[in-house]
Structures are given as structure tokens and as C-alpha cells.
Write a protein that binds this ligand. Structure first.
Ligand code: FAD
Length: 389
């Protein structure tokens, strides 16, 4: 019996994982990408610290995904299995960073992780087709634009793994959305996720660009998050800000509240301020950083500054009006894309037998810090191991 031929469109972590599992099951796997090389966004993820996954216990980890289908995928291929795969299949050892994030061991560059994986895939007999841009597909063929010519490839199964829509220069352009909508596959518009917030009246605060508000608590609507927030020329960014992105997408009028001293209650703060010679000394006694003090000063007039109650109020809840998220092209990930209503539990498109979708093309969300790549490889694993023969 000849092996079933599978065309995988998109050579990011989701497509590569699906292909790996299929090769191990004896499928004839062909990878396609419109870039001249694979995994560009995977490599970009390596620039600011390559969080391949997180060491969090599974019961906490799984809650980072906002959709049950992605949670189920994680249960089938979790962080420990991914770490074992990196070690045993790709030959990359990892370590747990101080924040619990998982990185390749020191000295291993992101390109080595990718290259090792590609070498393995080649050794299993897969074929790579670069500079192939998806034009169309049906249940048994995929059509590409290659060197200004149309190329139609017949196959038994198709996996769409073309990623989201941020950082278009990496190849993840999201242009596929129109094609899929044209085929009546339920899709949602792309929106920024894991994005900084642009703030109203930020001109003066922007003078603090590059400085960090350490150990503050961010609150937006019902969501709260402790951590470090970075001041930029447009507003605020950093993990706690990314965490509350989903709340902002739900309610764009909500005010962002920052507790600058989460370890003390208002009464304790008022008492420290009252016992000090003046407010500036009181703020120092509270061990607030220079940046925090400057930010408070920007948000209070002279009269307010001498009132312990008003200052305590500001410290416990400095509020800002968000004007927008950053433009889609600049953010770490996107939500939107293929609705999960459109896929089965094995990520086969309903009404599109033989066609599957994996990774960030699907509409799900998770914070940055390893959860995104993990979600992508988990969905790839499910398709690669569960695809019908
Ligand atoms: C700056 C940055 C930092 C990040 N850091 C991290 C991190 O530390 N940890 C983490 O977990 N995640 C991180 N991410 C997110 C992570 O990189 C992505 O979620 C992940 O790469 C998505 O994988 P994917 O396989 O779904 O798609 P992608 O990796 O986006 O791959 C999609 C592939 O499809 C190809 N393609 C697209 N359209 C077509 C077409 N029409 N025809 C043919 N080919 C096409 C693209 O060229 C690309 O190779 C980061 C992202 C960014 C932008």
C-alpha cells in the first residue's frame, strides 16, 4: 500500500510538529512555505528570550488557554512531553529559568533548535518546498504560486498551519483569511493579543520611557495581575499588561488601574505618610522607586501632593484611560482566524473533509511566556497523531 500523501502549508512549530508525528506514522509528508526558509517567527520568538514552554504544573498551565479544545490538545501533548520531545527527538536540552519559563540550555541558539528539527524531518523523508504561496485548496489538492507560475499538488490530506497575522515580515501575513472566508469557513477578524496599551494624555509620562514599575498590580475590569510593567513612549507594556488584553477586547472603555504598592493597604500607607516630615520623605519611606514617585507627581497637583489620603489613594489605584492596543503587526500574537466552531476535536475542518488546521491560525488565546508555542505544538501533535488513515 502506498503511503498517504499530506501537504502541510506553513512551516512554523505547529506545522512542523504535525508533520513530525505523521512521518513517524509512515505518511508521505510535504511541507510548503511561501518564505525561502522555515520557522521565521519561531526564530523571532528567540530574540527576546526563547520561551519554548513553561514549567508550571499542568493543572495551572492548562488554565492559561481560553478555549476547551486547546486545553484538551494540551492534555494530549503537555509541557513535559514537549520538553522530552526537544531532548529526545531534536537533541536540545532545556532548563527552567528563574521565572519558571523553559529555555534551551545556555549556548544553544534558536536557529540550532530549528535546524536540528529540520534535519530530523529530512532524515525521515519529508520534502520541503519553499517560495510556495498558497492560492487555493480543495479536499484533494493544494494550489500554490511558485516563481510566478501556478502549481497544483494532489494529495490525500491537507494541514493548514499558516499562523496568525502579527510580524508579517516573518511570513505570517494572515492573508489566508480571505481565502477561507470565501469558502464559507467560519472565521473571525484578527485582533492584537499580548500587546502593549496606548494611553491617553501620555506625553509627560513618556519622558519615563524605558523605566520599569516593579512589582505592581495591574487591574482591568475583573482581571488582576502582579508583575513588572515597562513605560514606553506610547503607554505601558509587559507581562501583566498582556495578561489583561482579553479584558480590554471585551470592554474598551474600562479604566486601567495600577496598585503601585500591593503589599500595603491604604491605612498603612497613610500612617507612613503622616509620620514623615513631608510627602517626598514619606514616599521614600514606603520604599517606592524614583520612577513610581515621578509618575505619582505627574498625576497630582501641589495641593493634592500634601494630602496623605489623596496620595495613598493614588498609590493604591493610579488610573489610566487606554486608547488602543498596539497595531497588529507589532504584537506578539493575534486572536481571531478560524473559529473553533469550524473544527472537530481532531482539528479537521467541518464540511471540509481531509483539511485540518493547527496553531495560531485558530482562534484561541494564551499569555506569552511559552504558552503560545506550547499551544501550537500541542495542536500539531493532535492532528499528527489523530489524523484518520
Ligand atoms: C516577537 C515575538 C516573540 C515571541 N515570543 C514567544 C515566546 O517566547 N514564547 C512563545 O511561546 N511564543 C512566542 N511568540 C509566539 C510564537 O512565535 C507563535 O505563536 C508561533 O510561532 C505560531 O506558530 P504557528 O506554527 O502557528 O505559525 P507561525 O510560526 O506563524 O508559522 C506560519 C508559517 O506559515 C507560513 N505562511 C503564512 N501564510 C502562507 C501562505 N499563504 N502560503 C504559504 N505559507 C504561508 C509563514 O511563512 C510561516 O512560516 C512570539 C511571537 C513574536 C512575534
Amino acid at each position: 500500500m502506498t503511503a498517504k500523501k499530506v501537504c502541510i502549508v506553513g512551516m512554523g512549530p505547529a506545522g512542523l510538529m504535525a508533520g513530525t508525528q505523521l512521518l513517524l506514522r509512515g505518511y508521505d509528508v510535504h511541507f510548503f512555505d511561501h518564505k525561502k526558509a522555515a520557522g521565521r517567527k519561531f526564530l523571532v520568538a528567540g530574540h527576546g528570550g526563547f520561551n519554548l514552554t513553561h514549567s508550571e504544573p499542568k493543572e495551572l498551565f492548562v488554565e492559561k488557554y481560553n478555549r476547551p479544545l486547546i486545553q484538551e490538545a494540551f492534555q494530549q501533548f503537555d509541557n513535559e512531553q514537549w520538553i522530552a520531545f526537544l531532548r529526545d527527538f531534536i537533541g536540545i536540552e532545556t532548563f527552567v529559568g528563574s521565572s519558571g519559563k523553559i529555555f534551551p540550555v545556555k549556548g544553544i541558539k534558536p536557529i540550532e533548535v530549528l535546524d536540528n528539527w529540520l534535519v530530523k524531518l529530512k532524515s525521515l523523508g519529508s520534502i520541503f518546498h519553499y517560495s510556495h504561496s498558497l492560492l487555493d485548496f480543495d479536499r484533494h489538492s493544494v494550489t500554490f504560486l511558485y516563481k510566478e507560475k501556478t502549481v497544483k499538488v494532489e494529495c490525500d490530506r491537507i494541514i493548514l498551519a499558516m499562523g496568525g497575522a502579527s510580524w508579517t515580515k516573518t511570513g505570517s501575513t494572515g492573508e489566508w483569511l480571505q481565502l477561507l472566508q470565501g469558502k464559507n469557513i467560519p472565521c473571525l477578524p484578527f485582533q492584537s493579543s499580548n500587546s502593549g496599551f496606548e494611553m491617553e494624555n501620555w506625553e509627560k509620562a513618556s519622558e519615563l520611557e524605558g523605566q520599569t514599575l516593579k512589582n505592581v498590580e495591574i487591574q482591568l475590569g475583573g482581571m488582576k495581575r502582579l508583575g513588572d510593567v515597562v513605560i514606553s513612549n506610547y503607554g505601558l507594556e509587559g507581562a501583566p499588561i498582556y495578561y489583561v488584553n482579553s479584558e480590554y477586547r471585551e470592554n474598551r472603555n474600562e479604566m486601567l488601574k495600577i496598585d503601585l504598592k500591593p503589599t500595603k493597604n491604604p491605612e498603612e500607607i497613610i500612617s507612613v505618610l503622616r509620620n514623615a516630615k513631608n510627602t517626598t520623605e514619606g514616599l521614600k519611606n514606603l520604599k517606592l522607586s524614583k520612577t513610581v514617585i515621578q509618575l505619582i507627581k505627574l498625576r497630582t497637583n501641589k495641593e493634592e501632593f500634601s494630602s496623605p489620603e489623596i496620595i495613598a489613594n493614588r498609590i493604591k489605584g493610579l488610573t489610566f484611560q487606554i486608547t488602543s492596543q498596539r497595531p497588529i503587526d507589532e504584537v506578539i500574537s493575534t486572536v481571531g482566524g478560524i473559529s473553533l466552531e469550524a473544527v472537530s476535536s481532531t482539528f479537521e475542518l467541518k464540511n471540509w473533509e481531509n483539511v485540518y488546521a493547527v496553531g495560531e491560525m485558530l482562534d484561541w488565546d494564551a499569555p506569552t511566556g511559552g504558552y503560545l508555542i506550547q499551544g501550537c505544538v500541542s495542536t500539531g501533535f493532535v492532528v499528527g497523531t489523530k489524523m484518520k488513515l
